[in-house]
Design a protein around this ligand. Structure first.
Ligand code: ZN
Length: 92
């Protein structure tokens, strides 16, 4: 290895998950924090659990409830005039 170009290597780096699981590994970073790992991801656990870190599901539900409560506005039907019609009326 060429000296002084490589980052410091931590052979006992720790990855901490929000579920409490810790993984020991080797990395150039000493500590890492993750939101999901193989111990809690539904793919590995086999459970169907909603992962909602940013509150997106709640936001969506709120938006949907709001939309259902409010009566639907009727769309205005636009009648397209032919391009030549507008010019003729302006000249008069
Ligand atoms: Zn986890």
């Amino acid at each position: 290895m060429k000296p002084e170009i490589h980052p410091e290597y931590h052979s006992n780096a720790v990855i901490t998950c929000v579920c409490g699981n810790t993984i020991k590994t080797g990395s150039t970073r000493e500590k890492m924090e993750v939101e999901i790992c193989s111990k809690c991801h539904p793919f590995y656990t086999g459970q169907e659990k909603l992962i909602d870190t940013a509150g997106r599901v709640e936001k969506f539900k709120a938006r949907r409830a709001k939309g259902e409560a409010a009566p639907k506005k009727e769309k205005k039907v636009r009648v397209k005039k032919p391009a030549g019609a507008a010019k003729k009326t302006a000249k008069k």
